[in-house]
Design a protein around this ligand. Structure first.
Ligand code: GLC
Ligand code: MG
Length: 685
């Protein structure tokens, strides 16, 4: 050992004396700049001490002269491990790269925020009044944000709060860049948005491109023929005494033309006369709308609900629309239902506009976690293919989804077969791979608890929260709120003033928070813009929170289940059975044994459902949740599943085989993924 060490130090000594060597510090160099006298002496004195000399020679190992290094490095005992290590690192790097590529390629797309949570609609006039003037406001919404956390709701759509003369309660916008003082200030809005983002909530704004208020300064400049604004609206010559240039009618009834004395022409309004339609054939108008989109996206809003989109463009030829009943006298044509709207709705060019807006929104979606969402509102009734157009194409994006209003027809016929038909209508027409959604109520439609009846409110919520896609919840649906009665003299809604049966006031009554004054909507004064429903002492958030079997508790449970169970939020949806009473379907995920069977009784009687022929189901089924609470935890035979009228069951089961592979025509999936149990991961399949 010691002789080895000695020979090494000898070799080292020889090499350190090499006059050509210069290390980084200049130590031991024969050709380094001459040292000051005393230093040179110092270094020669070091050489005289062998112990110090060895130390100096060994210390700067990194500065080992090249020749020494080569001498060692070429020895087999260094070379071989070095080569082995080198190739090992190369192999590891390649494996890591390959693994990363495989993981990326095999990972299914993550669901976005608008897919994960229901969209909750707040009608700001009616949600919560913070200042006691009887009308809800932005601060009021902020005060109630805990409600969304309690329900595990992440997406909130707030109906318009722009500055407005309130002829259509905010859908008549006077200034697209201002908050109406009734609802608060821009600062209130910014605080609300910041607080919502803090709590992980997303804010979807209403966007109203089709029309403005007649008080908007664009309209004033247009009627006075300011050269820039002259064509901002749809104007045409007309007879002052009989101002009807064609037979077009407004959605709210009567002619959609009004004579303007200032300009001496008629302007078009597909809604109220105080809501003149913008002229989207004008490039300046199009630019204005894009600028407003940027204004709000710049403030950080998370998406838009695009209002009344099918009305955005009209035919320029202004020809009469065909009458539904050609025999009807032309002067009797006053309602939306009297005409086929071939020239006032869904005109060529409409989707180009929406796709352009979508592209503008996408500019803001690039930030991680800041996807901006678009939903379009268009009632296309029996023309479902028109609705599906709003999904865009595989090449060009448009809406994330168009609102699915077909379940609004549910009360027309409460039966399992009818509900299946409505669900099927969407699922069979939706473009492959797109994301569904379900609406049973909004500020324009009677509350489902009233139109379908209280019996069905729980089973309807259960349907919404277990179907594939995003459910929409209109404020109050989570507690089973009903329409109020509004006498003719009390009517506030302009649509109701034309036709009392069309009044939308009944579904806009104040949110029922507590059993106290004004149901907790306004705790300060006795004012409420519409009466509170008299059932508020039992139907309110506070009372229902304390009751584990309330509509609210069931909503909360189902939403939590939906978000925690893979089969429910991204699994297959398979039709299983429908009859006069029951609608039944499965939710399952490839690779996962745990699945859910839904048995929902929408009929008028109790029913026994026989599912023996479904071989994929185990014979015995345990009820996870029943809307009546009676069957919770019960074990049922699949040949005899009993449900009462209005009762819904969530049955969780475990089975080795999936239903969808053998029944592809009965099953749908949007974001397909398979589960790998061994690694507890999802992969593309
Ligand atoms: C949409 C709104 C409705 C409004 C109309 C006109 O349909 O939902 O409330 O009256 O557009 O803006
Ligand atoms: Mg229009």
């Amino acid at each position: 050992m010691s002789s080895k060490k000695q020979s090494t130090s000898m070799v080292l000594m020889n090499y350190t004396r090499d006059p050509d060597f210069q290390d980084v510090d200049g130590v031991g160099s024969g050709t380094s700049p001459p040292l000051p006298e005393e230093k040179q002496q110092d270094s020669s004195s070091v050489k005289l001490d062998p112990a110090v000399e060895e130390y100096t020679q060994l210390k700067p190992y990194a500065g080992m002269p090249k020749e020494v290094l080569l001498l060692y490095s070429s020895q087999a005992r260094y070379r071989v491990p070095r080569e082995v290590l080198f190739w090992l690192i190369v192999a590891c790097t390649l494996t890591l790269v390959a693994l990363t590529i495989t993981v990326i390629a095999l990972s299914p797309r993550c669901l976005s925020w608008w897919q994960v949570s229901p969209v909750y609609q707040v009608y700001p006039r009616s949600f919560r009044d913070s200042d006691g003037d009887g009308v809800g406001d932005l601060k009021g919404i902020q005060e109630q944000l805990d409600h969304f956390e309690f329900l595990n709701i992440k997406s909130v759509w707030i109906s318009p709060f722009y500055r407005s003369p309130m002829k259509d309660f905010g859908y008549d916008v006077e200034d697209f860049r201002a908050v109406d003082p009734l609802f608060g200030t821009m600062q209130d809005f910014e605080e609300l948005l910041a607080e919502m983002h803090n709590k992980g909530l997303k804010l979807i704004m209403d966007f109203i491109p089709n029309h403005t208020s007649d008080k908007h300064h664009w309209f004033n400049l247009s009627r006075t023929r300011d050269p820039h604004y002259e064509d901002y609206y749809v104007w045409t010559d007309c007879n002052e005494t009989s101002p009807r240039p064609n037979n077009w009618v407004s959605v709210f009834g009567n002619s959609s033309w009004t004579y303007d004395e200032v300009r001496g022409q008629c302007y078009l309004h597909q809604f109220l006369k105080e809501q003149p339609d913008l002229n989207f054939r004008n490039t300046d108008v199009r630019q204005e709308i894009v600028d407003i989109i940027h204004f709000w996206l710049g403030k950080g809003v998370d998406g838009f609900r695009m209002d009344a989109v099918k009305h955005i463009l009209e035919a320029t030829h202004l020809r009469d629309e065909p009458q539904v009943d050609p025999e009807k006298a032309p002067e009797a044509v006053t309602s939306e239902w009297d005409l086929y709207h071939d020239y006032t709705t869904s005109q060529v060019g409409l989707h180009d506009l929406l796709r352009d807006w979508r592209a503008e929104m996408d500019l803001y979606s690039r930030e991680p976690g800041r996807y901006r969402f678009m939903v379009t509102e268009s009632y296309d009734y029996h023309e479902v293919d028109k609705t599906m157009m709003y999904y865009g194409t595989s090449q060009v994006k448009e809406s994330d989804f168009p609102f699915n209003f077909y379940l609004l027809d549910l009360p027309q016929n409460t039966s399992g077969l009818w509900v299946q038909q409505l669900v099927q209508l969407w699922m069979t027409n939706m473009p492959t791979g797109r994301w569904a959604n379900w609406v049973v109520g909004n500020h324009d439609k009677p509350r489902i608890a009233t139109s379908a009846g209280q019996t069905y409110i729980r089973v309807i919520n259960m349907l919404l929260l277990t179907l594939p896609g995003t459910p929409t919840t209109y404020y109050g649906e989570e507690i089973g709120m009903e329409n109020i009665n509004v006498t003719d003299s009390e009517i506030q809604d302009p649509a109701g003033k034309y036709n009392t049966s069309a009044s939308r006031d009944p579904q806009r009554s104040p949110m029922q928070w507590t059993g106290h004054m004004n149901a907790g909507f306004n705790n300060i004064t006795n004012a409420t813009w519409l009466p509170v429903h008299p059932d508020f002492t039992s139907v309110n958030v506070e009372v229902q929170k304390k009751d584990g079997r309330s509509v609210l508790s069931q909503y909360r449970f189902l939403n939590a289940l939906r978000q925690s169970e893979l089969p429910l939020h991204r699994g297959w949806f398979c039709f299983i059975h429908a009859d006069a009473n029951v609608f039944s379907y499965l939710r399952e995920l490839d690779g996962l044994h745990r699945a859910f069977l839904m048995v929902l009784n929408f009929g008028k009687e109790s029913a026994v459902t026989e599912l023996s022929s479904i071989v994929e189901l185990p014979d015995q089924l345990t009820v996870l949740m029943s809307t009546s609470g009676v069957s919770d935890g019960k074990v049922l035979q699949k040949s005899r599943i009993l449900t009462e009228a209005g009762e819904g069951l969530v049955i969780q089961f475990s089975a080795p085989t999936r239903f969808n592979p053998d029944h592809p025509k009965q099953c749908y999936v949007s974001e397909k993924a398979c589960y790998l149990g061994a690694m507890d991961i999802l992969y593309k399949c």
